[in-house]
Design a protein around this ligand. Sequence first.
Ligand SMILES: *Cc1c(COP(=O)(O)O)cnc(C)c1O
Length: 331
Amino acid sequence: MNLSKFPRRRYTAGITPIEKLERLSETLGGPDVYIKRDDLLGLAAGGNKTRKLEFLMADALAKGADTIITCGAVQSNHCRLTLAASVKENLKCHLVLEQRVPGSYDRRASGNNFLYNLMDAENVRVVDGGSNMMGEMTSLADELKAQGRKPYIIPGGGSNEIGALGYVSCAKELMWQLHDMGLDIDYIVCTSGSAGTHAGLVTGLMGENAGIPVIGISISRKAEPQRELVYNLCRKTSDLLGLKIPPSIDDVIVFDEYVGPGYSRPTEGMVSAVRLLATTEAVLLDPVYTGKTMDGLMDLVRKNYFAEARNILFLHTGGSPALYAYMNDFV
Ligand SMILES: *Cc1c(COP(=O)(O)O)cnc(C)c1O
């Protein structure tokens, strides 16, 4: 794979560490659990969207954009990081927030919400859950164009084939790093949401001929529609890269048992996973994504899913600022 032919901005110095979670591994009594610290990526408070934005913002700049439009849930890490990247690039940023849980938007809320204000988004528009988000962003873009502005739309989660290149790049980084550490990983576990992370990793690992299966833990959809979403993005990303052997649908593994009552709604498993990581490793997970994903990883260890495995790697995709908006679930 030749990633150098795609324009890229850099928002992180160097690479993110891989650490062994000694105390957690001992507590679980299964394979050794390692963590890839993508919560330490650059831009305000880090997280997986930073990798996608390196390629998306470069594309926006190449196209002469002066304003970035994106969308997300009311406590969106993606919106926070897109705003952060826009600030760095001196572009204006408009956010369209979907109120998936009715009444959940509060302008003065903590967490990411507070950071939208602090980093001064030019405009925050709140729409009802179930709205056509691309439609909302397109009409906002039309309004801005009518004022002579040059808007660039980044889809939810930054999950198109350009954003997914961020996790193709992560797969390359990972394989080099594992080789450097002399660490042979049997499985990678990551969150599967808007799919850019999961699809980028699967595609990038295929391009590296790595042979490491990726377990995606869904945080909103049922397994089948999520697999389809991930697979479609794998195909688009493989096409963009010109991969000779693209991933197949069998390479897309999704578990949907850890969603609970729905996207962003707390579960007991999430709360105990967040607590366990905080108290054994001082690693801060988040309530919406990585808490549920770690709940899944722990449950799969208990069920002996990783029976033959010696080492598994958890991808920490960030999100801890959202914890401060969920304090009531941790009393
Ligand atoms: C967006 C997000 C994810 C999910 O990544 P996708 O690429 O949307 O699937 C996982 N963890 C955190 C903290 C996120 O903000």
